[in-house]
Design a binder for this molecule. Structure first.
Ligand SMILES: [Ca+2]
Ligand SMILES: [Ca+2]
Length: 232
């Protein structure tokens, strides 16, 4: 009799837990509310989606497994466009720098009207005077350098300013390093000169140069005082 009662109870419990077609959210008799069920599924027949069918495409783009993409692979299709953008940005930066330079020069010419423009260079003076080192320091303070004519046109432009002042102006050249070799302020031997006849003669150790009102150059001692003309 006891055995019969136990078997009957098991049959009732099993019947209560039999799955039905009822909605999943319905709490079935004998189930615990808020309990969880773990469902483990095997891979679908034919493999996971994108596993096998996408492999050739991936290998086409990136090469065989275990190898990094190379510059010639189809995965680098964006590289030429990227390089093109970089080049374009560099060109824009150059144009911007040029524009800034022109604006800066224009502002300086407006601030100091006693200037002459020749090519992309501007010679100007604020009327100050000084020896070679003071003149260079003054020009640097204004954002320029001491005037150095590089060709006949520049010499003519500088000559105009010197003639207006009817004086002598110091040039941004000297032969302090090597006697007889006149260099610009960057240490480069000058390629253009307009020395007066018999100059430079280094009389009494003359290592600097001045422009006379006739536009000709003379070497002179660097401690003399001249009209300061800067170039920008
Ligand atoms: Ca000399
Ligand atoms: Ca001389």
């Amino acid at each position: 009799m006891v055995v019969h009662l136990i078997l009957s109870s098991l049959v009732l419990v099993a019947a209560a837990q039999k799955p039905t077609s009822s909605p999943a959210h319905r709490i079935l008799p004998g189930w615990f509310p808020n309990a969880c069920t773990l469902v483990i599924c095997g891979p679908p027949e034919g493999g996971l989606k994108g596993e096998k069918q996408d492999l050739p495409r991936i290998q086409e783009l990136w090469g065989p497994p275990g190898t990094p993409p190379n510059p010639g692979s189809k995965g680098d299709n964006n590289l030429p466009e990227l390089e093109s953008l970089k080049t374009e940005m560099k060109n824009l930066q150059v144009q911007l720098d040029t524009l800034k330079s022109i604006i800066t020069k224009t502002q300086k010419v407006l601030l100091v009207p006693n200037g002459v423009m020749v090519g992309e260079k501007i010679f100007k003076t604020d009327g100050s005077r000084g020896d070679f080192d003071a003149a260079q320091a003054n020009c640097e303070h204004m954002g320029g350098t001491l005037a150095v004519p590089r060709n006949a046109a520049e010499n003519s432009a500088l000559h105009q300013i010197v003639a207006w002042h009817n004086g002598r102006a110091v040039l941004g050249i000297n032969d302090r390093a090597t006697e007889g070799k006149f260099e610009d302020l960057n240490g480069q031997v000058i390629e253009y000169s307009n020395w007066a006849p018999g100059e430079p003669n280094n009389v009494g150790n003359e290592d600097c140069a001045e422009m006379h009102p006739d536009g000709k150059w003379h070497d002179r001692g660097c401690a003399l005082e001249w009209l300061v003309i800067c170039e920008f």
